[in-house]
Design a protein around this ligand. Structure first.
Ligand code: SF4
Length: 498
């Protein structure tokens, strides 16, 4: 204070001696943020996702240079890149390498290519997000010409690893198109030599020996829909004739026998009915031989918007469902049953390891276009699966163009740039100073669908509300129930589901 020159009209810098004397006794702050996780605890998170859970008020004490040099906390803060004894940390290279690792997905560009081979379906699910077409209407199948054009675009991707996903409607109603696409891709790949994996997203009700033999020959994975016990599944996923649940379970068994136990996975959608039955849904997955479940909220697109009574609920209700489910899953693990929740595992990988999952909804910059692309049945190209769902309710905001256009126009054109510009969480109000940024992402489609704005306002964002509470809750568990909970969480990250 002795060097401050008092002046009522201007503020002067302190004299050089002030800084010289402080420089000997202060540490330097590295970029970090903090978030309160309970009444008396807060979590500090740095730019590369390392965290420390500490008593409330610690962030303030760090900023005011009140941390004792001889304390363990001081050593932890230095070792974990929250503060530095030198203006530029000695291990700056390590920090930059770790940051690049977190953003590794940016290096490869589009890897997931979704081909919607038909909009036809044999179900009438009340939450259907793509407004399916009747089984007989073959005009809703993709043409061979558009399929060829989509495949050609796919091979222009710089990514060495490609995933081809066939979706619908029910894609197996257009199995001829699936077969054609796989055989053509295999042929072209003799020159391109990329690592290609295939997934068919099917309701599993029309799988037959011919289809399963084809899947076996090309190592194709089956991803099916299972919403839990029959009384929930059949209420959500109506099918005339035989009940959907019995057919799905038969389809899963048949697939496992033909392809192997691990070649079939299942996805559930949480409806208003599901909210009351988290344990029953999870137990159903265990009984059916699955080692994981993705507790997925309903997406506000397509027919889902028309059936408000069955499909609409508050984010707080979903969070309640999620927490009850997670608790039940942890109890199962405590009893020796290895079982994991997928969304939690994706976030935990970001929290507990230097790596990150390429899950489109939790990427920044957004994974739209840069990780995933959709070739729709009518030849139009969309930034993601949810983007084409919006198009089914006549909103073409995320339509990139037609598959017959050149690659550059679709993937690097103005629309793609607009979407990517609005999908960088580091630049979004609210996210830019959020402690959970590294674990979260940007979701321009959801924000556009719910707020008519690709960036969205975080205070009213269902995406933000869900992620902020889930991440806070996980930190609270890691803090209060460390030991068993942390070792269980670690096993989810490092051991694949059965
Ligand atoms: S969406 Fe919410 S929780 Fe996620 S980074 Fe942005 S402010 Fe944080």
């Amino acid at each position: 204070m002795k060097n401050i020159i008092s002046n009522t009209y201007s503020r002067k810098f302190r004299g050089i001696s002030t800084f010289e004397s402080e420089a000997e006794s202060i540490y330097f702050l590295l970029p970090f943020k903090f978030h309160s996780i309970s009444i008396d605890r807060e979590v500090l998170v740095n730019e590369i996702g390392d965290y420390l859970i500490v008593p409330q008020g610690t962030a303030k004490a760090i900023v005011h240079r009140e941390i004792d040099f001889s304390s363990n906390l001081y050593r932890d803060l230095v070792a974990n890149f929250f503060i530095s004894p030198t203006p530029v940390p000695e291990l700056l290279n390590v920090i930059s390498t770790r940051y690049r690792t977190k953003k590794k997905s940016l290096g490869s560009f589009t890897s997931l290519h979704i081909f919607v081979v038909t909009l036809r379906c044999n179900h009438s699910c009340h939450y259907c997000q793509v407004s399916r077409a009747a089984e007989s209407k073959s005009e809703f199948d993709i043409s061979y010409k558009d399929l060829d054009a989509g495949i050609n675009h796919m091979f222009l991707s710089p990514s060495e690893e490609l995933t081809v996903e066939f979706q619908g409607g029910e894609p197996l109603l257009a199995f001829d198109k699936v077969r054609y696409a796989v055989e053509r891709i295999q042929l072209l790949n003799e020159d391109f030599k990329k690592e290609i994996s295939y997934v068919i997203c099917t309701n599993s009700t029309i799988l037959n020996d011919e289809i399963l033999l084809f899947c076996k020959n090309y190592n194709i994975l089956i991803s099916t829909s299972l919403d839990g016990p029959a009384f929930i599944h059949n209420a959500n996923r109506f099918k005339s004739g035989r009940a959907s649940y019995d057919l799905v379970i038969e389809g899963i068994d048949r697939t496992r026998q033909a392809l192997g136990h691990d070649k079939v996975s299942a996805l559930m959608t949480t409806t208003a009915l599901s909210l009351k039955y988290p344990k029953e849904i999870i137990d159903n997955y265990v009984e059916n031989g699955f080692g994981n479940i993705f507790l997925r909220p309903i997406s506000p697109y397509g027919f889902a918007l028309k059936n408000q009574k069955k499909n609409h609920y508050q984010t707080a209700e979903f969070l309640d469902f999620y927490k009850q489910g997670l608790e039940h899953i942890l109890n199962l693990n405590a009893q020796g049953v290895f079982f994991k929740e997928d969304y939690t595992s994706i976030i935990l990988q970001k929290i507990l390891t230097p790596f990150t999952e390429n899950y489109v909804d939790l990427q920044s910059p957004t994974g739209l276009v840069s990780s995933v692309i959709v070739f729709n049945y009518d030849g139009f190209v969309y930034a993601s699966d949810e983007s084409r769902m919006l198009a089914e309710i006549k909103d073409y905001t995320f339509q990139l163009g037609h598959v017959t256009q050149p690659y550059e126009e679709l993937f690097l054109g103005d629309k793609a740039k607009q979407i990517l510009n609005n999908g960088v969480a580091e630049c979004l109000a609210g996210c830019s100073d959020c402690a959970f940024l590294t674990y979260c992402g940007a979701d321009p489609v959801l924000h556009y669908a719910t707020q008519n704005d690709m960036q969205g306002h975080r205070a009213f964002s269902i995406f933000c509300k869900k992620n902020m509470e889930i991440i806070r809750y996980l930190f609270e568990m890691l803090d209060i129930r460390k030991g068993y909970v942390e070792s269980t969480f670690q096993s989810w990250i490092h051991k694949p589901a059965a």
